[in-house]
Ligand binder design. Structure first.
Ligand code: URP
Ligand code: ZN
Ligand code: ZN
Length: 470
């Protein structure tokens, strides 16, 4: 038994002082002055306690552009834990002949590596009669969410009619469809034109993926969902207009939800124009300050429900090794696109940064309340993705996934604090106030004042069912 004494608890709805008693893997009791003489006591007076973060959007060990995302299901989990996240949901690519084989292949990658609890979403990127028939079986394997793409023509994209079909099948089976909303046809035309005229720098990644493409794609997705009478979750939203379209659909009672990510809140196209702009290449791309403002407002006013990360890191210079757990590691990365932005692997490191940067620049900056912070980064993703109240909650019976947060700790953030297996951090040198002090996974202390106590293989696969519509 473990007794956490006198912290301030922050949940999605309340802030109050109480003790927390943990028995085994679960929260046993929350109350004032809990008496548990046999318990080991942690004095957390002056500290905050949140439910462990739930990141609904990661890509570990993902093959792309002839390389692979540089965090695997161990290193990515470890980085997540250092930043206060104890649950992640990763996307299974539809790379094998059947969904079953694709899921098995992803389990094989995570096997023996997972260090925090994790679930899977299934990408549906080729829709055949066989796949349609197989989708409901995903539920037997604990997967209740499907991602479809309106972009990446010839690779991942489904046609609108196919997305409509997926939405209907998902709805019939109590599953949720997740949408990558960009206009693949326009992107193809603009990319060909850019390359033909010698525009090869990273900023052309954004210039060839216009914001209007995302705006119309969000509305198109909502309209398809309306016609299928199905719920929809739009991932990694990056435009003001996209948030407006989502608000339009929600105002009409449609069960549509939205996620954004820290990169869209803190960086703009100007970062892509830097000499090291490849570090920020991700899809969809970074946009403008006005987009950031609408995204923040969407988070505060409830149009957007979650902040995920879309964590998909690559080395900036994959020819130069870094030291990771005593080994020299180099994985080909952004340099693959040094002469052609279309060859820069898409994605960036974020899973460990999410809570620390959002606390300082979301909560302390007055953009989010502490309760909204917990709702957006833990409770809402747990609810939407069928994990609540096991995850995302400080309640008796919930998994004892907790973050003891030191609100006074000031750090100059960057590679020294982030534990992603890559050679750069997008927040290098940013001053943060407030940082995770101790992180517990099902009652086990896995991070203690910057020390890693977690273990590869200790993370558990989370079988998920139907979630909530928020
Ligand atoms: O650039 C990104 N985000 N890579 C991951 C794939 C996706 O669309 O989420
Ligand atoms: Zn996507
Ligand atoms: Zn993604």
């Amino acid at each position: 038994m473990l007794l956490i004494k006198s912290p301030t608890l922050i949940t999605a709805s309340d802030t109050f002082k109480a003790d927390i008693l943990i028995e085994g893997e679960k929260i046993a009791m929350i109350g004032k002055k809990i008496n548990a003489p046999d318990a080991q006591v942690i004095n957390a007076s002056g500290k905050l306690v949140f439910p462990g973060g739930v990141d609904p959007h990661t890509h570990f060990d993902l093959p792309m552009f002839g390389t692979v995302s540089s965090d695997d299901h161990y290193t990515g989990h470890k980085a997540a834990a250092f930043g206060g996240t104890t649950t992640v949901i990763d996307f299974v690519p539809q790379d094998e002949a059947t969904l079953e084989a694709s899921v098995a292949a992803w389990h094989a990658k995570a096997e023996g590596k997972a260090a925090i609890d994790f679930g899977f979403h299934m990408n549906v990127t080729r829709l055949t009669a066989g796949v349609e028939a197989e989708i409901p079986r995903l539920l037997d394997w604990g997967i209740s969410t499907l991602k479809v793409f309106m972009a990446y023509n010839g690779r991942l994209r489904l046609q609108d009619g196919e997305i409509f079909q997926v939405l209907r099948i998902a709805k019939e089976n109590g599953m949720l469809t997740m949408l990558h909303a960009e206009n693949g046809d326009v992107i193809d035309v603009l990319v060909a034109e850019a390359l033909a005229t010698g525009h090869t720098q990273p900023v052309w990644h954004a210039r060839t993926r216009p914001g209007w493409g995302a705006v119309e794609a969000v509305l198109r997705g909502c309209a398809l969902a309306a016609q299928a009478e199905a719920p929809l979750y739009v991932v990694h939203m990056n435009t003001a207009g996209g948030v407006d379209q989502l608000a339009y659909a929600r105002d009409r009672g449609l069960p549509v939800m939205g996620e954004t990510c820290p990169q869209y809140l803190f960086f703009t196209e100007a970062h892509l124009a830097r000499e090291d702009g490849a570090k920020w290449v991700a899809s969809p791309p970074l946009r403008m300050v006005t987009d950031q403002q609408r995204l923040w407002r969407g988070l505060a006013d409830g149009v957007l429900q979650t902040i995920g990360t879309d964590h998909c890191p690559f080395f900036f210079d994959g020819s130069t090794p870094i030291e990771y757990e005593g080994q020299q590691i180099a994985i080909p990365g952004k340099e693959l696109g040094a002469h052609d932005f279309t060859k820069i692997p898409n994605g960036l490191p974020m899973v460990g940064d999410r809570l620390p940067v959002l606390w300082t620049f979301g909560v302390l900056a007055g953009r989010l309340t502490p309760n909204q912070f917990v709702a957006l980064t833990s409770t809402n993703p747990a609810k939407i993705f069928g994990l609540y109240p096991r995850k995302g909650a400080l309640l008796p019976g919930s998994d004892a996934d907790l973050v003891i947060w030191d609100p006074e700790k000031v750090v100059e953030y960057g590679l020294a604090y982030a534990h992603h297996r890559t050679d750069y951090n997008l927040f290098e040198g940013w001053e943060l106030t407030g940082f995770p002090e101790k992180v517990f996974l099902r009652g086990q202390l896995i991070v203690d004042q910057g020390r890693w106590l977690g273990k590869a293989g200790a993370g558990r696969f989370l079988e998920r069912g139907t979630g909530e519509i928020l």
